[in-house]
Design a protein around this ligand. Structure first.
Ligand code: F6R
Length: 241
């Protein structure tokens, strides 16, 4: 695993976006898997700026979200779908039919998971997956205890995840109970992963995930076993490693 420590959030966002630009440059029809949340906002901002400066072209890029809430309308302001539209897709020249979404309104989580895995397989696999890390070590919505063999699947969101993510839903009790996420097996099959963390509050979990033994209790620790991971940290999130 390559670990890059940057001065601050802006620098880590720029450096990670630069690596994504290289991947897209080398493979213009690559498949990107995209996290949401606070951490990657800077990356999407940088990628949009690069696009405006004509440094990157998304016209053949395929993109899909890493995870989604389940059991709510896809157009709800809190969905990962809405987030990716608002922070990324609407500003770049990606083709609408090259965007693949987890359907938060699907009747069966199992069928939806299989549908998503099929899409990934048909395209030929995820080339680059952008990941954040939860305070409990979750990756996507893979909460502690998730099997390393898991494909895309539905999950019961934990209280800690609800407390961290409720802003777009108003209050914690309005948070969806369920999510659907690429599984840890799906994540491990990606050609490359970019993991990002920013701020002191992530320093303990970054230490556990990167420096302590791999365990299902810290889902992100599985990335120690991935062959191609770039981790971008700022000084604060890296202070214990
Ligand atoms: C979101 C996701 C989550 C977040 C994690 C960190 O799509 O997959 O695993 O990456 O909860 O969230 P932030 O960046 O808001 O701290």
């Amino acid at each position: 695993m390559n670990i890059y420590v940057k001065k601050d959030y802006n620098e880590l966002s720029r450096a990670a976006a630069e690596e994504i630009k290289q991947v897209v440059g080398k493979k213009p029809d690559c498949l990107l898997g995209l996290a949401t949340g606070n951490t990657p906002i800077g990356i999407y901002r940088e990628l949009v700026s690069m696009y405006r400066r004509k440094e990157i072209d998304f016209s053949r890029v395929r993109a899909m979200n890493l995870d989604e809430y389940f059991g709510i309308s896809l157009n709800h302001p809190g969905t990962c779908n809405t987030y990716l539209e608002d922070h990324f897709y609407r500003y770049i020249n990606i083709r609408r039919d090259n965007i693949f979404r987890l359907n938060s309104e699907a009747k069966s989580g199992e069928d939806e998971g299989s549908r998503y895995e099929e899409i990934i397989g048909k395209i030929g696999g995820i080339d680059l997956l952008i990941l954040g890390i939860g305070l409990n070590g979750h990756l996507g919505f893979n909460e502690p205890g998730t099997s390393f063999e898991s494909p895309t699947h539905t999950v019961n969101l934990t209280d800690i995840t609800k407390q961290c993510n409720y802003q777009l839903f108003g209050t914690v009790d309005k948070m969806p109970e369920y999510g659907i996420t690429m599984g840890l097996k799906t994540i491990m099959k990606a050609g490359k992963c970019i993991l990002m963390a920013s701020g002191e509050k992530k320093s303990k979990i970054i230490f556990k995930a990167l420096k302590e033994p791999v365990t299902t209790e810290i889902p992100a620790s599985i990335l120690q076993l991935h062959h191609n991971v770039s981790t971008y940290l700022d000084c604060e999130s890296s202070k214990l490693i």
